[in-house]
Design a protein around this ligand. Structure first.
Ligand SMILES: [Zn+2]
Length: 132
């Protein structure tokens, strides 16, 4: 299903984008849209994309630097050191990591299993079963 957008240019950076019966004001200079997605996601929403295309600009120029490949490459430009074998780890003797303390209630633990439809319910008590 395609959506029809109407675009009206107010000035070089301000556009009013009409979609169905709603209209959204897009400011390309401030990188905002009345729907709020453009300024929140830092990626052009459909209204902003319509305005950007109408202005003859490249949509990717309006995508925030954080989402671009160059930023990803910069984030990992240093070598990522791999973890050595467990045999080579230096283990501290000043403290010991222990499992969490668990508290067991007295008696038989409750059954925590969902019965399948063929098994029937477990509503009858054991005493009722022996009465037949
Ligand atoms: Zn929008």
């Amino acid at each position: 299903m395609s959506h029809q957008y109407g675009v009206r240019c107010h000035n070089a950076h301000l556009y009013k984008v009409q979609k169905n019966d709603k209209s959204f004001l897009v400011d390309l200079h401030m990188r905002t849209c009345e729907c709020g997605e453009f300024q929140l996601d830092q990626i052009p929403c459909s209204h902003a994309a319509t305005a950007i295309r109408s202005a003859g600009h490249d949509i990717y120029d309006y995508v925030d630097l954080y989402f671009k490949q160059v930023t990803l490459c910069l984030a990992y430009h240093d070598r990522v050191r791999s973890v050595s074998s467990q045999d080579e780890w230096t283990v501290s003797s000043s403290f010991k990591v222990c499992p969490p303390k668990s508290v067991h209630q007295a008696g038989r633990p409750k059954e925590r299993r969902y019965r399948s439809a063929g098994e029937g319910s477990n509503t009858r008590s054991r005493r009722q079963l022996f009465m037949y």
